[in-house]
Design a protein around this ligand. Structure first.
Ligand code: UT7
Length: 330
């Protein structure tokens, strides 16, 4: 018996032009290129400089090229899900703005806030829209303008993040596509990685601005301990659940937060590093965009039927893994 699921049929991305190197960061805060590379694996990241231009602008570019690549028009899209923690505004949703910008007049859209796990959460959600049988073309876009919530005087955090958007198109399939998923949430991590003010608990005031509470905060060391265990655990869990050994995996596609976390996850899965997508050196941590950005960069290497494991960990805490079979040869 064949089962309906979602296949990724197109991948696209938008990368801002401006490159912020470790060298330039050395002139901004007390840091060293060598420290950043050794501790994180990052050499440079992209920054979206457009005045008054939010995440939706980057995401719209990715969605437009996604449609062109697949040979469909934005009017064909049924749903747009945007994973982001840097929406243009609290409301309307960024997905709403993307629909408008690209002319997706027949689609509805909404945002998904799951920080660095946003893309895997949104991919699971989009897959279920496809599985319902009601929708033909579902777009999942991961996009974050992290520079808009980064304090460039805080050396602990400003070295980590970059801006980018990347999107995938989901279509119904009875062959290959998304096979399984495991997603988790643990709110006990809420004060270890968060943006405190500007929501309903601490609305913006002069005091919250003076206290720099509109910037992203992370207790890196504590988050590292959770991330390194949880990402490896969930990857091992989805492999076991689907009777997959390290050799069965064509590519591990991990969230790009830290090279050391990625290596630990690959090690636990028994997957060799040449089968791991890693571009943190060029883009840093782009939050919801990291995984689709990797899919986009590695697309030409993927073969139809390849087993891919996507795995992420992020603020919340949130984490998750998706097992999919790649659906096409480029
Ligand atoms: O994507 C969402 C989930 N996030 C993650 O998964 C990130 C998890 N955390 C991490 O990746 C790492 O914890 C960091 C990269 C953020 C930090 O690496 P670390 O090895 O945990 O360093 P640390 O915070 O323990 O800092 C070590 C030292 C400290 O100095 P002392 O106290 O040992 O004297 C820091 O003050 O390095 C110092 N330091 C820096 N030095 C140069 C911190 N930031 C910097 C910097 N440049 N930018």
């Amino acid at each position: 018996m064949t089962t309906l699921t979602a296949a990724i049929t197109s991948v696209s991305a938008y990368l801002p032009e401006y490159i912020l190197t470790n060298k330039e960061l050395e002139s901004m805060v007390d840091t060293q290129d060598e420290w950043i590379q050794t501790r994180t694996g990052i050499k440079e990241r992209r920054i979206f400089k457009g005045e008054g231009q939010g995440t939706s602008v980057m995401a719209s570019e990715a969605v437009k090229s996604l449609c062109e690549k697949r040979g469909i028009t934005p009017q064909d899209i049924d749903v747009i899900i945007c994973a982001t923690v840097t929406p243009d505004m609290l409301f309307p949703s960024t997905a709403n703005l993307i629909c408008h910008n690209v002319g997706a007049v027949n689609a509805f859209g909404f945002d998904m806030a799951a920080a660095c796990s946003g893309f895997v959460y949104a991919l699971e959600t989009g897959t279920n829209f496809i599985k319902s049988g009601k929708y033909r073309y579902v777009v999942v876009v991961g996009a974050d303008k992290m520079s808009s919530i980064t304090n460039y005087q805080d050396r602990n955090n400003c070295i980590l993040f970059g801006d980018a958007a990347a999107a995938v198109l989901l279509e119904p399939t009875e062959e290959n596509g998304v096979q399984d998923s495991i997603l988790k949430t643990d709110g006990s991590g809420q004060n270890l990685i968060y943006l405190k003010a500007g929501g309903s608990a601490y609305p913006a005031t002069l005091a919250t601005i003076a206290a720099k509470e509109h910037y992203f905060y992370q207790d890196g060391k504590s988050v590292f301990k959770f991330a390194v265990t949880k990402m490896a655990d969930i990857a091992a869990e989805i492999m076991e659940k689907n009777s997959l050994a390290g050799d069965d995996i064509a590519y591990l596609v991990p969230h790009q937060a830290n090279k050391r976390i990625i290596e630990a996850t690959a090690n636990r899965m028994n997957v060799a590093m040449d089968k791991v997508t890693m571009n943190i050196d060029k883009y840093g941590n782009t939050t919801a965009a990291t995984i689709p950005l990797c899919l986009w960069e590695w697309e030409k290497k993927f073969k139809k039927g390849d087993n891919l494991i996507l795995v992420a960990f992020g603020g919340g805490f949130t984490w998750g893994a998706i097992y999919l079979k790649w659906a096409y040869n480029s």
